[in-house]
Design a binder for this molecule. Structure first.
Ligand SMILES: [Zn+2]
Ligand SMILES: [Zn+2]
Length: 368
């Protein structure tokens, strides 16, 4: 597309776009208010997306309910929608394109990017998707703007046969795939997934593709049952204190080859280490709490040679592979969506995600 073409397109498309929009604004600890805010203005190299759906991520909950970020902010980074305007110089996208957008895109050139440690890249840490205020995703608003580096490399096309709701999983599935790869899950291994909330169940789905023997644990019976339907061989209630014993009984006394931890509690890490075999791997998924301290026996690492691994956020070099898993419907992601809320009820959505019930799993905000 020519330079003039994109300029005209941007100019034309601005007309039907309103000046203001509704957005769920994080205003104080635990509180998100629906307010009328300006629609972000599209500048050169940028793209404006009308959000159709946005998943509520555990990170949003931590930021809002533990106040990990300073308000005011518009959160929400698992989003999909339609491009409604593009700035001058944008040739990859046009009005009407169905897309999802990542909120972090690494530079690809720095010390960390060269070593595939994309989440540690300085540009990566600079959020490039915003609905106003300090950029932080913006999917809890009606429109979001992708900044130039995101418009260039962080947007993925969504074909007609994939719903926007399905497409909201492309970002989280990327983070999940990265974690499963870091845990080096391979066929025939015994893998334990601790926690069967939305993250644990996505870890289960993605790990299953590698062909291990999968076990899960969760105190909630409904969640254990769900994990069995999604491919776990057995699921244990850890409340009885027998989880380690149960796993050892199924591995000739050794323990699991890999343990994927999707629960943010220090005691669970100790249990995960105990459930892993000597030389096994324990992967802490997005254990991004800067305050919590974890205590565990030094011998677990120093003598038993168990590895503790961390995985945070997405990786750009698996962007296509992760998107493919969702776009080609290789994962039953919609099986874990239990609740949809309109933007007006975002506070209810967040409260539910923060304090899940037996029945609730993934919560989506749908913009209608
Ligand atoms: Zn997230
Ligand atoms: Zn970089």
């Amino acid at each position: 597309m020519s330079r003039t073409g994109t300029t005209l397109e941007a100019a034309r498309s601005r007309r039907p776009i309103p000046k203001t929009m509704r957005a769920g604004v994080f205003r104080e600890k635990g509180i998100v208010r629906v307010e009328e805010v300006p629609v972000p203005e599209v500048r050169d190299g940028e793209a404006l997306i009308k959000v159709a759906a946005c998943g509520v991520c555990g990170t949003d909950i931590k930021k809002i309910f533990h106040r990990y970020v300073e308000p005011p902010q518009i959160l929400g980074h698992e989003l999909a929608g339609t491009v409604v305007a593009v700035g001058r110089g944008v040739s990859k996208w046009k009005q009407g394109d169905r897309v999802m957008s990542f909120h972090h895109v690494p530079c690809g050139k720095c010390f960390y990017c060269e070593r595939r440690l994309f989440s540690q890249c300085k540009q990566y840490k600079t959020t490039g998707l915003t609905a106003g205020f300090t950029p932080n995703g913006g999917g809890f608003a009606e429109y979001v703007k992708a900044m130039p580096w995101v418009a260039e490399r962080g947007i993925v096309a969504v074909p007609e046969n994939v719903s926007f709701e399905e497409a909201t999983f492309i970002e989280p599935i990327n983070t999940i795939l990265k974690a499963v790869e870091k845990a080096r899950v391979t066929a025939g291994e015994t893998v334990l997934v601790i926690g069967c909330g939305p993250i644990g169940l996505q870890l289960l789905m993605v790990a299953k593709l590698a062909g291990p023997r999968l076990y899960t644990s969760d105190p909630m019976a409904e969640r254990r049952a769900k994990s069995l339907r999604l491919g776990a061989i057995e699921s244990f209630d850890p409340s009885g204190g027998k989880l380690v014993e149960e796993i050892q009984a199924r591995t000739e006394g050794r323990g699991a080859d890999a343990v994927l931890v999707a629960v943010a509690h220090p005691a669970v890490v100790v249990e995960a280490l105990a459930a892993a075999r000597p030389g096994g791997r324990v992967l802490l998924f997005a254990a991004n709490d800067p305050v919590t301290r974890i205590e565990f026996p030094a011998a677990a690492v120093g003598i038993d040679e168990k590895e503790i691994l961390g995985s945070y956020s997405a990786a750009v070099d698996i962007q296509e592979a992760a998107a493919d898993l969702v776009l080609r419907k290789k994962l039953p992601v919609m099986d874990i969506v239990t609740h949809r809320f309109p933007l007006d009820r975002i506070q209810d959505a967040l409260e539910l995600a923060a304090r899940p019930t037996e029945e609730s799993l993934k919560v989506l905000i749908t913009h209608g």
